[in-house]
Design a protein around this ligand. Structure first.
Ligand SMILES: [Zn+2]
Length: 135
């Protein structure tokens, strides 16, 4: 019988602090470049597309679709060992960026490419970790 992954507080630095603080408020954020309009994730000080420093943070809808996924059936590393089987997936956010995450609240075998999903958050202490469930 599998159990929940026990997420720990993420490692936070000056470039990612605002992102993790938003997660603590249960808001998923992405960045939009004021110069070229590209939307990016992970958070950076500059646009990864045109190197402009005019990046602004916006709250994402939290909606996305499964781009691809795998069902992890063996992982001996705590805190994952007791959570097997679990789903590791890339989710395409409605805003464009792709996020590596977990799909939860469903049978792993029911996950499919193209499946609509919605973000939810697990509090980790100081911050929270985003993951997705079927929409
Ligand atoms: Zn740009």
């Amino acid at each position: 019988m599998s159990s929940e992954i026990e997420y720990k507080d993420p490692v936070v630095d000056w470039e990612t602090r605002a992102y993790w603080e938003a997660c603590a408020r249960h808001e998923l954020t992405v960045q939009r470049c004021g110069a070229c309009g590209k939307v990016q994730h992970r958070p950076r000080a500059i646009c990864a597309s045109c190197l402009s420093g005019e990046v602004e943070t916006l709250v994402a809808s939290g909606r996305g679709t499964v781009h691809t996924f795998t069902i992890v059936r063996q992982n001996q590393v705590p805190p994952f060992a007791s959570a097997c089987p679990y789903v590791l997936a890339y989710v395409d956010l409605e805003e464009g960026p792709r996020l590596l995450t977990n799909i939860v609240d469903c049978e792993p075998d029911s996950v499919a490419v193209g499946m609509p999903v919605q973000v939810e958050f697990v509090d980790t202490g100081e911050f929270a970790v985003p993951r997705f469930r079927p929409a």
